[in-house]
Write a protein that binds this ligand. Structure first.
Ligand SMILES: *Cc1c(COP(=O)(O)O)cnc(C)c1O
Length: 381
């Protein structure tokens, strides 16, 4: 199956008991057994281990990312936390230096006393990255494009290095989605998603996912998820599965609108810098072109004035864009990373990577582009 067919049919089957085309929301915690240790259906005994609605979603996730196993979590961060349980004191993890704020907080604060050592590096400096690798290095963690600065890491080049050194390589594919970028095909071992964003696509659910290329690693992570419990409930699984069925249509329009918003901003007299991987002057445009089939709906920019107050005033004035955290839904959202999504990153670190106080991040939705551009213009005025 090709991608547009997979989002609808990949790993799916009609409900065996009723013939329902969509999997029912199996809102149940437990499943009947005929005799102790003999469930009626051998696949299901307790919903923390497996639930049919969640299984339907997990099979869809594996299908669209070309993986062997998908796991659905109660949030993106729960998925990342579960992955970190593969490692122990003395292990080292190398991560990109521009990360979603919550991921950075998890790595640096929650795991501070775990004995796991985290390194943060510019993944476009492959030499520096390689110089950090030693026999304790167990995982490389990359987000591309990054949130909010749209940095791009070359997945295939990094995979060559991790493969040679037998280090696990995980990619946070939240911004690109598998419609635009397939990390497992490019050599990564694990894909992570905040399914809250584009996969769900309607800003109505918090959810996360891990997709593994290797079935044995999938089983190991399933055991850790089962044993710790951050699973996605049946209703939320249903919502994400429903979202995935229109992923290709939505992301296509997000890309069209994202490009037009980026071009509008680039030509705007009040705008200093525009961060969008689809613009030919983006520093990593060529890598983006090589590994992505489109550039998505996320656009960040700064003001000529460099003024935090201008950014705040602008964000108070937008009307079609909604001032809110999150991204990837059908509706356009606007966000101030320094005060909102990335407030958990210390100021000096924030400024060091370029998350300045006049930076605005837009999640371009699928509304009519004329309305989006008119809204931005009136807010600027
Ligand atoms: C939102 C987000 C996360 C965290 O996911 P939650 O579902 O909010 O836990 C991780 N990575 C990226 C890139 C995100 O945008």
């Amino acid at each position: 199956m090709k991608f547009n067919t997979k989002v609808i049919h990949g790993g799916q089957h009609h409900d065996p008991s009723t013939g329902a085309v969509m999997p029912p929301v199996y809102q149940t915690s437990t499943f009947v057994q005929n005799s102790p240790g003999q469930p009626v259906n051998p696949d299901y005994e307790y919903s923390r281990a497996a639930n049919p609605t969640r299984s339907a979603l997990e099979n869809a996730l594996a299908s669209i990312e070309n993986g062997a196993r998908g796991l659905a979590f109660s949030s993106g961060l729960a998925a990342t936390d579960c992955l970190l349980r593969l490692f122990k004191a003395g292990d080292e993890i190398i991560a990109m230096d521009d990360l979603y704020g919550g991921t950075y907080r998890l790595f640096t604060r929650l795991y501070k006393d775990s004995g796991i050592k985290f390194h943060f590096v510019d993944m476009n400096d492959l030499e520096k990255f390689q110089s950090l690798i030693n026999e304790n290095t167990k995982l490389v963690w990359v987000e591309t494009p990054t949130n909010p600065l749209m940095k791009i890491a070359d997945i295939a080049e990094i995979a060559k290095i991790t493969k040679a050194k037998k280090i696990l390589f995980a990619v946070d594919n939240t911004f690109a989605t598998p419609y635009l970028q397939k990390p497992l095909d490019l050599g990564a071992d694990i894909v992570m998603h905040s399914a809250t964003k584009y996969l769900g696509g309607h800003s109505d659910v918090i959810a996360g996912a891990l997709i593994m290329k290797d079935a044995a690693l999938g089983d190991e992570l399933h055991f850790k998820q089962f044993a710790t419990g951050a699973t996605l409930g049946p209703m939320d699984s249903f919502l994400v599965l429903r979202g995935i069925k229109t992923l290709h249509l939505r992301v296509q329009r997000h890309c069209e609108n994202g490009m037009k918003v980026a071009e509008f901003l680039q030509n705007h007299p009040l705008v200093e810098k525009v961060y969008y991987p689809g613009l030919p002057n983006h520093p990593f445009h060529e890598i983006a072109k090589k590994q992505m089939s489109g550039f998505g709906g996320m656009v960040s920019f700064t003001f000529k004035s460099g003024s935090k107050e201008d950014a705040i005033k602008f964000l108070e004035k937008v009307k079609v864009f909604t001032l809110a955290e999150s991204l990837g839904g059908v509706e356009s959202l606007a966000n101030h990373p320094a005060l909102m999504t990335h407030a958990s990153i210390p100021e000096d670190k924030r400024l060091e990577v370029g998350i300045t106080d006049d930076l605005v991040r837009l999640s371009t939705g699928v509304e009519d582009i004329e309305d989006l551009l008119a809204d931005l213009e009136q807010a600027f005025r």
